[in-house]
Design a protein around this ligand. Sequence first.
Ligand SMILES: Nc1nc2c(ncn2[C@@H]2O[C@H](COP(=O)(O)OP(=O)(O)O)[C@@H](O)[C@H]2O)c(=O)[nH]1
Ligand SMILES: [Mg+2]
Length: 382
Amino acid sequence: MSTVSSSGIGIANLPNQKHKIVAKSGAHFTVMVVGESGLGKTTLINTLFATELSPPKNYSRRHMKQLDKLTEVEIIKAELEEKSFKVKLTVIDTPGFGDYVNNRDSWLPIIEFVDDQHEAYMRQEQQPQRSEKSDLRVHACLYFIRPTGHTLKPLDIEIMKRLGTRVNLIPVIAKADTLTQTDLATFKTRIRQVIAAQGIRIYQPPIESDDEPAADHARLLAEAIPFSIIGSTKDVQTADGRVVKGREYLWGVAEVENENHCDFRKLRSLLIRTHMLDLISTTEDQHYENYRQQQMETRKFGEPRPGKVDNPRFKEEEEALRKRFTEQVKAEEARFRQWEQHLIAERDRLNKDLESAHGAIKSLEAELDNLQVGYGRGTQRR
Ligand SMILES: Nc1nc2c(ncn2[C@@H]2O[C@H](COP(=O)(O)OP(=O)(O)O)[C@@H](O)[C@H]2O)c(=O)[nH]1
Ligand SMILES: [Mg+2]
């Protein structure tokens, strides 16, 4: 049995999962999307809301400017409810960190955002009255990988390493419709190899041995990571007349919810149907606990966290990263310049061709004139 292909929101299944902790008051679940700009992060969020999550209650969006920070995140809140089981869903949309040349450190605030939520929660825990905590700890962090078809970039590796030790990291391949199925499969394998070789921690759906169908399902999900994603909120018509969410091409429609086209359904299932509570409890038991213990070891109770940037170890790392970024940008620029040179050479060559073509035309015209003159004389003679 695969719960992926069954219908319904699936939140009603949540109380049947291992942890029944939240059945009464409802779950707070926070998802964050991270990745270069233009990879379809916002579109994926909207696609989630446009498919099974709709119509959510109390849907709201707001911008949160982090003081002294470069990033502005958008926080989307919605309540989902099925059979009186409530989930307060928060999605954190980050603007992306694509523009290295102007803003090499634009990804740093994203890491800090995650730490800040742990920190804020920990501080609230230390307060005497512990009810009504506001909690934006990230339970699932979707990391968007550009569909190059090659492999992970050094930048991806650096960021994923840092995220993986802090949150449940779920890598996804953006815009899967831009790769052929064969290229997509190869790309996936390579990414998995790099993740393993680099020791990047990613979220692994636990395989429960006492529940055969659930174990099969978890295995299916685990094997699909990194999930390939097609995002679209548009209704389009397929060749066989179905109306689906998808992207239209001359060759046909790339369907969001077609398992032969991408892993959107698997991702959605993992997030809101089968593994939401596991994501919540691993965040609590592992990632938050890690943070708390580290902080307890390195500072006295109640003392504020030392500024990251002042931390010498961090500064060193940052310096190394900065260097690597600069090198990458330089390499890109060199490549671009080479390409530009090539274009200029090509243009010159074409200009020369044009010139000689002009020359040829001129001489042909001259020849033609001569011929006409000759012909004219000939006809005048009579
Ligand atoms: N081909 C393709 N394009 C997509 C997909 N998802 C989003 N896009 C397009 O990519 C562009 C950037 O999307 P957006 O969601 O704003 O990216 P963000 O910067 O990561 O939030 C838009 O033109 C989208 O229509 C996808 O799955 N496939
Ligand atoms: Mg966006």
